[in-house]
Design a protein around this ligand. Structure first.
Ligand code: NAD
Length: 268
């Protein structure tokens, strides 16, 4: 099977200053790629880019960009193209979570989660698409097991991830003839800051306890697996046994899956 060599390729990672995004940036820098990381906070973005640059003497660009702002996403992609000449791979990774039952959740929280997790990916993809098509490149979306199955206490998060599947599976049918690969990645639980930063129903910090199923994988190990899957241009990637089990059980026995998920996740 032909695999992608990322040496000299241009990779853009949204939400690249923290968690899984930063771990992915590190792997691509090690693979010899030129990396542009986009994130919300200017200082965090600058220091993440400086760290990567210093450790590997690679070309790294840090751009402060709120992915909910379409004009900012367009400007950011233009800045990457001006610096590196084009884009070979865009990873739509930026994401936020909420932990709250729907009956306790303000509508603004659901809008915020959809804006970051779904529309953020849409804005960045639209802005990067012409260059990616010209270079027969790749687009990836970091979904979740909540992108194909239910997750108790996360109606908005699960909906935002399900939306990514509809969007990117449809986009694939439009761009695969141009040689563009579209990958959807569905991790289970990763040890990152996402749950600490999760919104509660009122938009403040979440008060419902965190309730991961199984052990959390480190962001570095998860990034290793994801980079391998992207090298192979996988369409759908289920990185762990738990993700694979969730995929098949939720498809073959959805009521059993929902019962098990609720028993484990809602037990606290
Ligand atoms: P994280 O909170 O550690 O990192 C998310 C990054 O996205 C942060 O650096 C944050 O600043 C950035 N971000 C948030 N809003 C943004 C915005 N509006 N514009 C630009 N950047 C923004 O979380 P993580 O776990 O590394 O999450 C990365 C992706 O992995 C997310 O899409 C998440 O849904 C997905 N995921 C995480 C887990 C998990 O257990 N951690 C499981 C499955 C999927």
């Amino acid at each position: 099977m032909e695999t992608v060599d990322y040496a000299g390729k241009v990779v853009v990672v949204t939400g690249g200053a923290g968690g899984l995004g930063f771990a992915l940036c590190r792997k691509f820098v090690l693979a010899g790629a030129h990396v542009a990381l986009l994130d919300l906070d200017r200082d965090a973005t600058r220091s993440a880019a400086n760290y990567l640059r210093a450790s590997e003497k690679s070309k790294v660009l840090g751009i402060a960009c709120d992915v909910t702002n379409p004009a900012a996403c367009h400007q950011a992609m233009q800045a990457v193209i001006a610096e590196f000449g084009g884009i070979d791979l865009l990873i739509n990774n930026a994401g936020i979570a909420h932990r709250s039952l729907l009956r306790d959740t303000d509508i603004s929280v659901l809008h915020r989660v959809m804006d970051v997790n779904f529309f953020g990916a849409v804005h960045c993809t639209r802005a990067a698409l012409p260059s990616i098509c010209r270079r027969r490149g790749q687009i990836a979306a970091i979904s979740s097991i909540a992108g194909f199955s239910p997750l108790f206490g996360r109606t908005g998060y699960s909906a935002s991830k399900h939306a990514l599947h509809g969007f990117f599976d449809s986009l694939r049918s439009e761009v695969e003839a141009d040689g563009v690969g579209v990958s959807i990645i569905c991790p289970a639980f990763i040890a990152t800051g996402i749950e600490r930063a999760a919104l509660g129903g009122d938009g403040g910090p979440a008060t419902l306890p965190r309730n991961a199923v199984g052990s959390e994988m480190s962001a570095a190990d998860m990034a290793d697996r994801i980079v391998d899957a992207l090298r192979q241009r996988r369409r759908l990637y289920l990185p762990t046994l738990l993700a694979k089990a969730a995929w098949w059980t939720s498809r073959l026995a959805p009521a059993y899956f929902a019962w098990q998920m609720k028993r484990r996740v809602a037990s606290r």
